[in-house]
Every structure is written in structure tokens, then in C-alpha cells.
Design a protein around this ligand. Sequence first.
Ligand code: PHE
Length: 451
Amino acid sequence: MTTPKSRDLFVSRLGILAATLGSAVGLGNIWKFPALTGQNGGASFLLVYICATMLVGLPVLVMELAMGRSQRANPVTAFRKMSPTGYWWLIGVSGVVAAILILGFYTEVVGWVLAYIVSSATGSTNSTDPAVAGQLFQSLISSPWESVLWQWVVFVIIASIILRGASRGIERVMRILMPVLFLLLLMVCIRSLTLPNAMEGLRFLFMPDFSRIDGTVILMALGLSFFKLSIGMGVMLTYGSYFRSDVNVPVMALRVVLLDLLISLLAGIAIFPAVFAFGFEPTAGPSLLFLTIPAVFASIPGGQLFTVVFFILSAVAATGAMLSLLEAPVVWLSESFKINRRKATIATTLFFAAFGVPAALSAGVMSDVTVFGKTFFDLYDFLSSNVLMPVGGMMLCVFAGWYWGDANAIKALSNEGVLSNTGIIRTVLFLCRWVSPVLIFVVLLKGLNVF
Ligand code: PHE
């Protein structure tokens, strides 16, 4: 496996773990995971989610990383190199489009998080009255200037890190942010667990209700594992292209999966005991993050500090995910059109930020503008999570399992014969061939409401 000198690679093993885990960890852990687990049968949903992650998420992650490292290129070029005559490179293109859409709404939510760091620090979120909390949130999201401005602040922050490159930008920042995230999360967990009634929240999260498991729940768990692991759109392929040649890819992927799960569980433990202790409704989505959390913490001694900490940790968690979403298109632009990283970063950011504006304005002046009955914010979310990511993931599996060839997969995953892990590689190939594509196909049809 050659390592081109001109390519910026991640330098240390710890840095590789921090950057890759950083992409997986994000808003998905903070509200999507706890809310879905709480609403779909608690521990039984968790079990289904773990099975989906192990049977589908992990093999796809392993293959994406391995293909990236073996080709040392952006997703479009990597697929062109692996299959010069096929159309598999379209997977890379669909990934770029998905990145535009995800960043379009993701940066807006993170913009609200930044705004809330400020308003919780100044004390304006410090009220237990749901009406006050609702008004504060509504006035933020419906103000066009505030929404767009905060979103652009987010874009400027991530672009300034991406400008520095893979090792000096992403790796360096994530090596600091990941431990910070763990620490802040533990802090909120301890506070939450020492509240009266904390056990009730834990019961909500962890008591299994097997009667709730049905087709829809299985499909939701599978969709979540896809979004969580940032797979099916070339983001992980791009990160794999920065992996050193001596990294054990299946082991690294397993570490990422397990640590990501741990962070999701900690987020659940941080949120639900607090929510139950004060009799709030465990609803999903932004309302949990922006309405419930400040109100919950406002009722605790020292709560203002915990609200600030909570929003800082949400911003920290989301940073790695956003960096990976911008990085993949930037390297594609810079490698395919031979432009330097600086220009590619600026051009991509401006383009992406322009696409973000309709999502930012969705809750305000553009709330009446809908496509297929959805505001731009919801449309971006739907198209990326329910269409492009599953299609990309399914095609990626089909390519890895059926077209790339066992010899190439074995070469890439065994570090050219250095590791004796043939059993693991055969299992991954089996899953990519027979299990993952079928399951993803079903998710896709369900996501499109075909049945
Ligand atoms: N994994 C991220 C999260 O959980 C989201 C993400 C999706 C990041 C796709 C990159 C690519 O928030």
C-alpha cells in the first residue's frame, strides 16, 4: 500500500480515532438516539439498534474506510479508480449532494445551539415556564437575520478548521474536543443521576418493552445506525484515505462503533433522569434540546451552569460531524479540479452556505414555501437521510461485496497480508454481500413510504 507524500494523512492512531469518532458523534447522539430509544421500547430498541449496527453499520463502515485507504483519494476518484468503466463514481457524487443537504439543516441547528450558549450564559433561558421557553425559541428561529447569521458563524468556524488540512486541522482539533466532550458529558450525567426520581428516567431508557418491537422499529433502528456512523455517502471513505497504512481497519471501526454507542448512552443518562425528575414530557427533536433542557436545568440548583455546559457539549459533539461533512466535498473539488485547498474550502463553504439559507429561513419568512409539502429544512433532512444515504449505502455494499473482488478486500483489510484476520474479512464480505444490501433496500422502501 503506497502512501503518497503529497497527501495529508492523519498522524497518530489516537488522532485517527478522535477524527473518525468525531464524525460519527454529533447531534444524532444528543437527541436522536435518546429520544428514539425512549419512545420505541427502551432497552428492546437498544438491542435492535445494536444488532442493526453490528450487522449493517459496522461492515459498511469497515468497507468504506478500507476502500478509502486503498485508493487514497476522494470518493468520486476512488470509485473511478476501482471501476474505470462503471458508474460507481456516482456514489461519490450523491455523497456530495447529501453533504450539501445535511449541512444545510445541521448548521442551522448548531447555530441555534450557539445562540443558546449565549442566552443561557446571560440567564435569559433561566425560566421553568414552558411558555417563556417556547417564546424564546420561536423568536430565535423565526428571525431571519439571527437564523442566517448564526448559521454563517457555524460555517466560518468549520471552514477555518478545514482550511488547515486533515492533520493540522481536523485531527488536532478533534484530539482536544473528544476528551472535552466526554468530560462535559460525565459532568452532566452525574448531576442528572443525583436528582430525585433519577431512577424513573433510567427505567424509561433501559426497561425493555418487547411488545414494541415491530417492522417500523427495526427500520428506524437501522436508519439511525446509518446516520450515526456517517456511512453511505463517502464521508468515511474520505477519512479512510487519511488512515496510515499500518492501522487495523476492522479494529478501528469496532472501537468507533462502541465509543459512539457509549456516548449515546451517556447522553440518554444525562437527559432522561433530569426530564423525569421535573415531570417533563420526553419528546423528540429540537424541542427536547431547546425547550425542555433549559427548563429542566432552570429548576436545579446551579442549573444555569449546567445549561451552558449542556449547550457547549452539544456544539462540541456536532463539530466533528460538520467537519467531516465539509471535508469530503472540499477534497473532491480540490483533487478533481486541481485547485488548492484554500480556494476549494472557500468555494465549497460559500456554495454550501447559500444552500443553507432556505433551511435557516424555514421556520420564519419561508415557512410557507414548501416542496412536496415539506419546508426546506425538512426536505433537506428527508432527502439526505431517507433517500441519498440509504441508496449510497446500498450501492456501496453491492460494490464492496460483488464488484471490488475478494482479493482487493483481503489485501486492503489485512494490510497486505501483515494481519492474520481472514475470518473477520470473510464475515464482513458475507454481510456486505447478503445481509446489508437487502436490509437497506427494505429501509429505503419504508423511508419512501412504499409500504
Ligand atoms: N453522524 C453524525 C451525527 O450523529 C451525522 C453525520 C451524518 C455526519 C452523515 C456525517 C455524515 O450527528
